[in-house]
Design a binder for this molecule. Structure first.
Ligand code: NAP
Length: 490
């Protein structure tokens, strides 16, 4: 990176001026915008706002590099991905500090994100070596005799990647890793609140053997940079992670290009009778409040069987009150500021609406030193926004159920379907839930927030289309080509 923003001693605004990265060069734009720390509101950088023409230049660079990238062997692509993983290991703390600074993610979670990012690139390196097609049994068809058929997975060319603020390094890795593993080139548009992590990645990638022009980061608004990527004929696939509203807009504009959409959710869990709350409640606290609840599979709705409801609420409140609220740069902090003041105001207004509908605040619901306190609500009707929409804030709803069927119906009564969980000691109940939950992933005896990076991950309904997880994303980022040999035998 031309100028390192993380250095607290830098005081001149010049030292905070960032550049974007195209063709291995650092470039400026005429227009820049201020980037503020969500926690202190200080200016932490000035970010170039690329014009449509500048985005098109980056797309041209990626387009012209696609042949060179496609020629790399699996060995070479895997080696580059291993180099990235190694550079993240060497820069672990610095990369985590950048996340904490620009996203207000508490350091313990930022370090966790970098550890996952390292794993993601390592999985990508391993999968690059396993990218194969399959042999087709041509003679299984009446007219298939004497043919030998097989498929190969070819790179698509240019991938346009659009990423959200909440995991600014690992969710970028979920696009850059598979794109390189498959032999594609990339133009990345990071979220406007978290461009520094993407620019830091560019700084690291610049030190690898990746051909210049294969990876480009363009900063600027979703409207300008995003639209230019989505509308370009040279971009063969858009891989998007973000809100359903923006994702649906992208799908409508993308024409025939491939589109993978990883969107939001209001994830739920069922807690059956007879389970051990001392183990489960700390998991629920983590699921509900990590990264201030700004996680696409954050635990938002908790359905507890009648018998355990009161004990659950009591323990949940006690454990939640132990969370340490403060600066994201302190390693002891559990909860810090939300990404934007306007997001915090929205969350507060949703709590107010729920209370007007008859909800009871068990804990939280207030702002202290600029931080929305972790909030537990109960007696919330299902049509309150905190229940039926994606809350994306440190807010969790706990509801009483009198049967597992009621819990399953409640979980499925949602426009979303990313992941769901159930804690139960009853194997039949677990099977039933795994079959009936209308989601992309079911966690038995875990919170819906559980994710490791190689597993297939993606939602149904308004939670999106397409799967991430390295093997699955690589497949999405290739075109399957069929080859059939006629052996001309009588
Ligand atoms: P967002 O507002 O939808 O933004 C996501 C990205 O889209 C940003 O880079 C944004 O740029 C860009 N964008 C905005 N308008 C655009 C347009 N018209 N065309 C193209 N791109 C555009 O989402 P967010 O607030 O950053 O992230 C939170 C959302 O992401 C939540 O809904 C969450 O559930 C979801 N999410 C899903 C997953 C998953 O894997 N399923 C993971 C994480 C997050 P600007 O920042 O410049 O506006």
């Amino acid at each position: 990176m031309e100028k390192m923003i993380i250095n607290q001693n830098l005081s001149k605004s010049d030292s905070l001026k960032m550049k974007y990265y195209v063709n291995g060069e650092w470039r400026t734009s005429e227009k820049v915008s201020e980037l503020h720390s969500p926690y202190t509101n200080e200016i932490i950088a000035y970010i170039p706002q690329a014009t449509r023409e500048e985005v098109e230049q980056a797309i041209d660079v990626a387009y012209n590099t696609r042949g060179q990238m496609a020629k790399l062997t699996a060995y070479e692509r895997a080696a580059i991905l291993e180099q990235i993983a190694q550079l993240f290991k060497e820069n672990r703390v610095k990369a985590a500090e950048i996340i904490s600074l620009e996203a207000a993610k508490p350091m313990k979670f930022s370090l966790g994100e970098i550890d996952r990012t390292i794993e993601t690139y390592k999985f990508a390196a391993e999968e690059a070596k396993r990218l194969t097609g399959e042999i087709i049994p041509m003679d299984a068809a009446k007219n298939g005799a004497n043919r030998f058929g097989y498929t190969i997975e070819e790179p698509l060319g240019v991938i346009g990647a659009i990423t959200p603020f909440n995991f600014p390094q690992n969710l970028v890795a979920h696009k850059v890793g598979p794109a390189i593993a498959a032999g594609n080139t990339i133009v990345l548009k990071p979220a406007s609140q978290t461009p520094l992590s993407a620019l830091f990645l560019a700084e690291l990638l610049d030190q690898t053997d990746l051909p210049k022009g294969a990876f480009n980061v363009v900063t600027g608004s979703g409207g300008t940079v995003g639209d230019a990527l989505v509308e370009s004929n040279k971009v063969k696939m858009i891989t998007f992670t973000g809100s359903p509203a923006v994702g649906i807009g992208i799908r409508n504009k993308a024409g025939l290009k491939k589109v993978a959409l990883e969107l939001g959710s209001n994830a739920g869990v069922i807690i059956d009778k007879g389970v051990d709350l001392t183990k489960i409640v700390p998991k629920c606290v983590t699921g509900a409040f990590s990264n201030q609840g700004q996680v696409c599979i954050s635990l938002q709705r908790t359905y507890v069987m009648d018998e355990l409801f009161d004990a659950f609420i009591e323990k949940f409140e006690t454990e939640t009150k132990k969370l340490v609220v403060g600066s994201p740069l302190e390693e002891t902090t559990d909860i810090s500021a939300m990404i934007q003041p306007k997001e915090q105001e929205r969350a507060l207004s949703w709590i107010e609406e729920a209370v007007e509908y008859g909800a009871r605040i068990v804990t939280g619901g207030t702002v202290e030193n600029g931080v929305l306190m972790p909030t537990i609500l109960t007696d919330v009707p299902s049509n309150a926004k905190v229940s039926c929409q994606e809350v994306f804030a440190p807010i969790v709803v706990v509801s009483r159920i009198s049967s597992i069927e009621e819990g399953i119906r409640a979980i499925n009564d949602s426009n979303y379907g990313l992941q769901a969980g159930i804690f139960t000691n009853n194997i039949q109940t677990a099977f039933k839930a795994s079959k009936l939950f209308e989601v992309g992933g079911v966690m038995i005896n875990d919170i819906p927030t559980y994710r490791v990076d190689q597993m297939p991950y993606g939602g149904v309904k308004e939670s999106g289309t397409g799967k991430e997880g390295l093997k699955y994303a690589i497949h999405e980022m290739t075109e399957t080509k069929l080859i059939v040999w006629n052996q001309n035998e009588e």
